[in-house]
Structures are given as structure tokens and as C-alpha cells.
Ligand binder design. Sequence first.
Ligand SMILES: Cc1cc2nc3c(=O)[nH]c(=O)nc-3n(C[C@H](O)[C@H](O)[C@H](O)COP(=O)(O)OP(=O)(O)OC[C@H]3O[C@@H](n4cnc5c(N)ncnc54)[C@H](O)[C@@H]3O)c2cc1C
Length: 137
Amino acid sequence: MSRYLIDRIDALPNVEVHVGVEVAALEGDRESGLSAAVFRNFRDGAMQRCALRHMFLFIGAEPNSDWARGCVAADSKGFIVTGGGALPLETSRAGVFAIGDVRAGSTKRVAAAVGEGAAVVAQIHSMLSERAAKEPK
Ligand SMILES: Cc1cc2nc3c(=O)[nH]c(=O)nc-3n(C[C@H](O)[C@H](O)[C@H](O)COP(=O)(O)OP(=O)(O)OC[C@H]3O[C@@H](n4cnc5c(N)ncnc54)[C@H](O)[C@@H]3O)c2cc1C
């Protein structure tokens, strides 16, 4: 998340930010709604119960790239590295491309991901035509 947004949220007097935790339980009922949440700390597993009425979960910043481990190069956080090969969006494995949020160094925005999606099509076409040109006639 952008630093300026974190700072603005942090500065709000009516918002409490909990980082490095996951939701272990929610309390409440249909009539009165949410009344509390129990957070589990990722580091030590400690539980913390907070009385609250509203909650916003910020998830989505961690790449789901474990399945590609050992197949393509990734940075220390699991974002897939591109640009070392023949084409800018190609990974460390020839013919395998990465675009959007999962790509190391990408701008984590919708428009950027869509743009990379458009760009990678041209790069795949280029790779295929180069391979076809090398094939014996
Ligand atoms: C809370 C939050 C708020 C945001 N707000 C904004 C905003 O206001 N403006 C903005 O421009 N951007 C915003 N972003 C960023 C934006 O959502 C991303 O940049 C964009 O969605 C990236 O698109 P993507 O296609 O690369 O990845 P994603 O949208 O994450 O799509 C990846 C897809 O792949 C699927 N997937 C994952 N693993 C596998 C697998 N193994 N097999 C099959 N499918 C799989 C996922 O389910 C998902 O559908 C926000 C992100 C978050 C988390």
C-alpha cells in the first residue's frame, strides 16, 4: 500500500490499525451487528480481543507464488523476477512470463496490470515468431 495512504489512515482519530495479525474470530449477532474481533499475531500467535463495530481487512499484498518456487526466479518476498531474459516480461525460464502484481518491481495498480497484460501479448507473439523462424522448414 502507498505510504501516503498508510499515513493518512494512521492519522485518523477514529481508526485503529492492526498490522501483522489475522482475524481468528468475530463476535456479534444479526440484530446488533459486529461487536468484537479476536486477532492472532503472526509472530508469536498471541491473541488480542478488540471491541469494535466496523472492520476493514487489508489483504492482497502478498504474492501467491509458492507454486512457482524453484521453477522461476523470485525475490525475497516471492515476487517473480522478470527482465533478465530476452524479453522484458519474461521470467528466468524462457517462454514463461509474469505480469501484474505478482511481478517484482511492478506498479501495484489495476491500470499497470492491464497495461502489462497488453504488453505481454506482443512479447509472446514475438517469442513465438522467433521460435517459428528457427524451426527447420
Ligand atoms: C485492498 C486493496 C486495494 C486496492 N486498491 C486499488 C486502487 O484503488 N486502485 C488501483 O489501481 N489498484 C488498487 N489495488 C491494486 C490492484 O487490485 C492490483 O494492482 C490489481 O488487481 C493487480 O491485478 P493482477 O491481475 O496482477 O492481480 P490480481 O487482481 O490479484 O489477480 C490475480 C488472480 O489470480 C488468481 N490466482 C492466484 N493464484 C492462483 C493460482 N495458483 N491459480 C489460479 N489463479 C490464481 C487470484 O485469485 C486472482 O483472481 C488494490 C489492492 C488491494 C489489495
